[in-house]
Design a protein around this ligand. Structure first.
Ligand code: MG
Length: 479
């Protein structure tokens, strides 16, 4: 009788476990193991430079597939139209005007800049460290190259990369060549020796000039190594490729292979390496436990002609507050988590800060304005994006504001011309109907202008401008 009762008890136990065990395991896995985050960030890649965003000759099968399996966003913005402020926005979730990482004197940091990201800023890496994440920054940093400003002093356990743009530390003889713009059509710009950029590991320079032909592959190798070494704990990898910012360099495998020429070679090599990251996550069994996002820091550098990218049907490019300067391709991927589809709602790199912090269970700092919003309901359920506004700054001046479908330009300026024009009333475009910003409809819609003016008034009420961190440059070199 006792034996029979024991058998019955065991049977019920197995039955009970069989009914609920899977759910319990899933729950405990989900609480035990938060998402890993991988941000893949290209440099100066334009809105129109990927196959899946309509480029006719650049072949990007891995990014196209990533978009098919995940979400492709078509109204996704960066926080500024040039490198330094855009990266500051991504990593702090804040408009650069708030943290001082933007300037009307120098648009970006240079190797001899005195300052960098202020220590009181709380980076996404510092946020995720609070939840026990292992954090790596691989690639272009551009938020300060003096030691106290490097990634390892900004929440990253590990850094490997070129600390600023790949065209800096230019040592070519400009006088002999005939000037800076002539340099870009001379043979000298094809040589890695013209750019004496350092490759760093943590705070040490390990190679100079960095061999840029192999840099895309090596950045990916380092990222894969980091992920493999931290597969049992949550990790955050910020992999910021230095390319396709000019000068363009591809490896032997990709050189002279793309119908789009050297620019295409470089983008296709990035695409291949994005595939390596996704394949590694899949092979490690972490694909369903990781959110990967691919985007770019600003629009195409159009003044570089054939060596610059394309903003597709968007107006203008890098350096401008027209759509081509700040709207980027953006693809989210996490099999089984991200609801596949096309998202036409508004998003921003600043939202990655808020979304990833929230998913990791880390509160958003409440002692400062954070501009990011949580996109997770859009990512996981396909809900409408909670973001309805976007502010377009050049330096610390507000040039344009988007509210819903409408964008008002209060100031316009060509990307690299000194003259600017103020508009009162502002120029107004419906950028859902007219994504190329061709048809000014201000005269027909004073009520929409008034609505956007009100958004600007509210924005200005809370705005405290940070001290300009980009203006000071000394003579001191990195080493
Ligand atoms: Mg850039």
């Amino acid at each position: 009788m006792i034996a029979l009762r024991t058998l019955l008890f065991l049977y019920l136990l197995i039955l009970f476990d069989g009914c609920t065990g899977t759910t319990n395991n899933e729950d405990s896995d989900a609480t035990k193991r938060p998402f890993n985050f991988v941000i893949l960030f290209a440099d100066d890649l334009g809105y129109g430079d990927l196959g899946v965003y309509g480029h006719p000759t650049i072949r990007t099968p891995r990014l196209d597939k990533m978009a098919g399996e995940g979400q492709k966003w078509t109204n996704f913005y960066v926080g500024a139209s040039v490198c330094t402020p855009s990266r500051a926005a991504l990593l702090t979730g804040r408009l650069p005007v708030r943290n001082g990482m933007t300037s009307r004197i120098n648009r970006v940091l240079f190797p001899d800049s005195d300052n960098g990201l202020p220590a009181e800023e709380i980076t996404l890496a510092e946020q995720l460290k609070k939840a026990g994440y292992a954090t790596a920054c691989v690639g272009k940093w551009h938020l300060g190259s003096k030691e106290q400003y490097l990634p390892t002093n900004n929440g990253f356990d590990y850094y490997y990369g070129i600390p600023y743009s790949n065209d800096m530390d230019n040592v070519a003889d400009m006088k002999a060549i005939g000037g800076y713009m002539k340099f870009w059509s001379s043979e000298a710009h094809r040589s890695i020796n013209s750019f004496n950029v350092p490759l760093m590991r943590n705070t040490e320079v390990i190679e100079r000039p960095a061999n840029q032909h192999t840099i895309t592959k090596r950045y990916t190798d380092e990222s894969i190594k980091f992920m493999a070494g931290h597969k049992s704990s949550p990790f955050f990898v910020y992999l910021a490729y230095n390319l396709p910012h000019v000068p363009l360099f591809a490896s032997e495998t990709f050189e002279d292979t793309s119908p789009r020429g050297l620019y295409g070679d470089v983008v296709e090599e990035i695409d291949y390496n994005v595939g390596r990251v996704l394949d590694t996550l899949t092979a490690m069994g972490l694909a369903e436990n990781t959110i990967v996002v691919f985007t770019s820091d600003n629009g195409p550098w159009l003044i570089m002609n054939q060596e610059g990218g394309s903003a597709g049907l968007l107006r203008n490019g890098k350096g401008s507050t027209w759509e081509g300067g700040m709207r980027e391709p953006c693809i989210f991927w996490s099999p089984g988590n991200i609801k596949p589809g096309l998202v036409t709602g508004i998003g921003s790199t600043m939202d990655l800060y808020t979304t990833f912090s929230t998913l990791a269970g880390v509160p958003i700092p409440n002692d400062r304005v954070v501009d990011g919003v949580d996109l997770s309901a859009t990512l996981f359920k396909g809900d409408p994006s909670p973001r309805n506004e976007m502010f377009y700054y050049r330096g610390d001046w507000l040039y344009a504001v988007r509210v819903g479908d409408y964008k008002a330009h209060y100031i316009t300026q060509e990307a690299y011309e000194p003259e600017f024009t103020r508009h009162d009333p502002p120029e107004l475009y419906n950028i859902s109907v007219d994504p190329s910003e061709k048809f000014d409809i201000a005269a027909d819609h004073p009520e929409i202008i008034e609505q956007i003016n009100e958004v600007v008034r509210k924005h200005n009420e809370k705005l405290i401008k940070g001290l300009d961190m980009l203006k000071d440059r000394g003579n001191q070199k990195l080493n």
